[in-house]
Design a protein around this ligand. Structure first.
Ligand code: PEP
Ligand code: MG
Length: 327
């Protein structure tokens, strides 16, 4: 963990690199109580709303109306700034006490996230309808967690279209323009990044899970935490591939895992072409300050050097030599 070095009052309205390139900082939101700091730290919108939290704190699945009330508050409090809703990501380490499923030997490899939503279409549709209604004014987006194939994405998107048709028939307002995106968190998704970028409206890199699944290291298991390495060459190359796929197909790419606010990796992320960072907003002043000290051409040189290394040790040595932050 690193310390936030500045206060919200030190934030500029816009985040710009030393060479004048615009970088966007969005907020990761778990609960509505995360919104006041997001506004105070001048988030340009919500880059990741973890919608499972209203589900976890209850005793039963929330109704469409209950969800709509929460999501609408989120949209209203962001004053027209972009809000990216993430559909339910339960399973893995986030279980619902009221959903008694068979116990799974490997929950992180089991009925999690989009898999749960595709299996439980009624629960999925209630949530999608609530998102669509909350985003009726435009500017909100929906993304799906743990997508493993283009087929997964198309199946989820088809259900969104069904919900849209249903709302239209009922005369309920929503926006047909709501963009639909893929969270890039699985090695299988990286392998078909090109096709996903072609199909989806946007991609968002979920680095917490991407690292976990690429390296086969449980993100919650202390015993193997030393093996959970964001700077493993495979991770750096995967991120580069995802961003390149987005650039090729002219689709927006963002990063919303913890890596997005890691000062050590910021030059690399900018160097491969990332410009959208969704972060825990307490880190915003630090990220903004570091970005403002970086020139894109230097970041590109750093990224190219890092992508050439095949060993973790080489990357670690390089990062020590090129550190932006005193240890
Ligand atoms: C991630 O996996 O990086 C991510 C942002 O999603 P979560 O941490 O909620 O799994
Ligand atoms: Mg994730």
């Amino acid at each position: 963990a690193w310390k936030a070095l500045h206060n919200a009052s030190d934030m500029e309205e816009q985040t710009v690199t030393k060479c004048g390139e615009r970088v966007h900082i969005f907020a990761n939101i778990n609960l509505l109580s995360d919104l006041p700091p997001a506004r105070r730290f001048k988030a340009e919108g919500v880059g990741l709303y973890r919608s499972e939290f209203p589900f976890i704190v209850r005793n039963d699945f929330p109704t469409e109306e209950e969800q709509f009330a929460i999501y609408k508050k989120l949209v209203d409090q962001m004053d027209g700034r972009r809000v990216t809703f993430r559909t339910l990501d339960i399973g893995g380490d986030k279980m619902l006490s009221y959903y008694s499923n068979v116990t799974e030997a490997n929950p992180f490899l089991g009925m999690r996230a989009i898999r749960f939503s595709l299996q439980n279409k009624d629960i999925f549709c209630h949530q999608l309808r609530a998102f669509l209604r909350a985003g009726a004014g435009g500017g909100s987006r929906i993304m799906f967690p743990l997508i493993s194939s283009v087929d997964d994405f198309v199946a989820a998107r088809d259900i969104v279209y069904e919900c849209m048709d249903e709302l239209e028939r009922e005369g309920v307002p929503f926006s047909r323009e709501t963009e639909l995106g893929v969270m890039m968190e699985l090695p299988s998704a990286v392998e078909v990044a090109d096709e996903l970028a072609q199909e989806a409206d946007f991609l968002s890199i979920g680095s917490n899970d991407l690292i976990q699944y690429m390296l086969a290291v449980d993100r919650t298991n202390e015993q193997v935490s030393k093996l959970y390495l964001a700077h493993h060459p495979a991770i750096l190359r995967a991120i580069n591939r995802i961003v390149s796929a987005g650039i090729t197909h002219e689709k927006d790419v963002s990063i919303c895992g913890d890596l997005s606010a890691d000062p050590r990796m910021l030059p690399f992320l900018l160097g491969v072409g990332l410009r959208n960072f969704s972060i825990d907003m307490v880190n915003a002043p630090t990220v903004q300050r570091l970005v403002s000290g970086i020139k894109i051409e230097d970041a590109e040189e750093i990224a190219n050097s890092l992508l050439d290394f095949g060993r973790i040790s080489e990357i670690e040595a390089y990062l020590v030599d090129h550190s932006l932050v005193p240890e």
